[in-house]
Ligand binder design. Sequence first.
Ligand code: NDP
Length: 498
Amino acid sequence: MLDQAERIFAAPRRYQNFIAGQFTDSEGGILSRESPAHGRVVSHYPKSTRTDAEVAIAAARSSFESGAWAFAYGGDRARVLRAVAEALRRNADELSLIETLETSKPLAASKGEVLFAAELWDYAAGAARTLHGDSHNTLGEAMLGLVLREPIGVVGIITPWNFPLLILSERLPFALAAGCSVVVKPSEFTSGTALMLGHYLKEAGLPDGVCNIIAGIGDPVGQVILDSDDVDMVAFTGSTRVGRAAIAASAGNIKKLSLELGGKSPSVVFADCDLDAAVDGVIKAATINMGECCIAGSRLLVEARIAETFQNRLAERVQQLRMGDPLDPSSRIGAIINQAQFDRIAASVRDGIREGARIVFGGAPENHSGLYYPPTVLADVTPGMAVAQQEIFGPVLAVMSFNDLDEAIRLANDSDYGLAAYVWTNDLSKALSCSRRIRAGRVWVNSALQGYPELPLGGFKQSGNGRETGRYGIEEYTELKSVHLHIGSQTERWVDGA
Ligand code: NDP
């Protein structure tokens, strides 16, 4: 893998947009991406213009109106999606390397994400065949009611930099399985694997124009998608700030939105839990993807009577996490995505200390070179502090304690966000109470972050709306239509005497 990385450093990869079935450059020029861990240019993407975005949307619209995909047999859609799943598996090593060079996440994590993305494409292929409407034959002898489930139309998918292929694969195959046409805008920092997908879709036989993938900057490219009257739905993943812009822009043509925004998810640890498993799970939830993860467990709520022991074990274990070159198989923590994000993390930790938090482990990024931010545990945090409320998007864990179940749940829900929660207990009734009373889209009990294509994901409160993946995910990309079908001769008359 190191050889291949060296080859990319020597000759950065050049990607093209995928519009109306053609691979094209942009008159806007190119965007170059440096590997955050190595400071070397690894990718050149098109810096698409407003016109590129408009052409991509027009291609999606016209493919949708043609009905070639929207009315295609589900089995034919499934074949295309399955072929993409196979292509992802076949090219997993290359895709993982691109993902690691562009994001700086450890190679093993990239590989896991690529293989999970393939599972999502496979699952969506199955769903393309089983998606169906409904019928009502209880409306009287002369009436049959049909409920048709139709594709919603043209969908814009705008994705962030943290899980480039994975987040796209939680959405794109489901929209395609439903029969939609799509315009994808990946992050300007990590567009490589999304642009690779265009080749797999073309080879798989997807009709031209059904999926268009364009790289570029949020404004104009993403903004054109948000504003367009030819786009019927936008699936957006990213910051709450742009999520709000999406809501404002959706008013233009009342487009549907599916939003996955920020999070400040709690890990709730009760004294009766398996301590070793909980320590490990809490660290994993807080530091996965360098904490640049919307479902990161960035708040630890620990039962007061074990708080000190737990904190000590946490500090001991977290030191053993290996931070370093993401190409080194032993690294668990790579570099932060860019300088701006690194500075935001450092500023949040400094603010926390100013407000009274205490560093138990980590902080001091100045002791490391480059964009490596060490896993950081902050104790003496109180619920009102910014580090307890605001998403940091770095490997920073804010520790608080509670005395009983009700207080744990109150603290867990004391957030504008509601994306995920982690609960560690061997008491079934506490586990169930937390699962039911914590307001979050996903709850892991005695486990952390395992994903399954069958289960839906999404947020409560300001973490967004809509659900992706599972049968619920595919339904998001559909509209229901009722057909009232009269049988036999129609004897009722509106006009008297007619
Ligand atoms: P953004 O919301 O800015 O970016 C997400 C996507 O939206 C990117 O593709 C971005 O383009 C695009 N975008 C930016 N501006 C617009 C616009 N006006 N109209 C349409 N699309 C637009 O998030 P960032 O990547 O800047 O991250 C900032 C913060 O967001 C993080 O610190 C974190 O708190 C949160 N975040 C949450 C994520 C999640 O998974 N829920 C994922 C990533 C970030 P461009 O490529 O130009 O940036």
